[in-house]
Design a protein around this ligand. Structure first.
Ligand code: CTP
Length: 139
């Protein structure tokens, strides 16, 4: 039996690469149902100040085609920024994130909020040496 029933993780997942795959496979090892929130193009443009190479609908399609993902859906700025809204929408038992987010202001706040409602956060190891930004720069 897996540790959790429903798990949730979120990200841009542009130029889908093995770091993304490692993360999602580790998530799926720990939960029966894995839901992925895919940040929409507006979020990436306005918050990360860059335009994704792959458009939002293409990024969602790639994630939905993966064996380790049960459901991928676009999420807007509000749901990306406020994980309590993500929880209301997707009703998960655990939030997974790369450990590059551990200790950030957003996740410290989320840890506090989730501890009150009994939802867990699991930080999974970030795969070193690869990122969408690196790939874009290399190309
Ligand atoms: N991730 C990971 N290992 C990597 C890259 C990403 O574990 N080498 C994880 C992140 O921690 C996050 C998810 O994958 O939980 C989606 O990350 P995203 O920001 O879309 O990927 P990056 O490749 O890091 O993109 P960027 O270069 O734009 O920051």
């Amino acid at each position: 039996m897996k540790k959790y029933r429903v798990g949730y993780t979120a990200g841009v997942f542009d130029l889908f690469h093995v770091g993304h795959l490692n993360l999602l496979e580790r998530c799926k090892e720990m939960c029966d149902v894995l839901i992925v929130g895919v940040c929409d193009d507006d979020y990436v443009i306005n918050i990360k100040h860059k335009k994704p190479v792959f458009a939002e609908n293409e990024r969602v399609r790639i994630l939905n085609a993966l064996k380790c993902v049960d459901r991928a859906e676009l999420v807007d700025f509000k749901i990306t920024d406020d994980k309590m809204l993500a929880l209301e929408k997707f009703h998960f038992d655990v939030l997974f994130s790369g450990d590059d987010w551990k200790g950030s202001e957003r996740y410290n706040k989320t840890e506090e909020q989730f501890s009150k409602v009994g939802v867990s956060i699991e930080y999974l190891p970030y795969t070193k040496g690869i990122s969408s930004t690196d790939i874009k720069n290399k190309i």
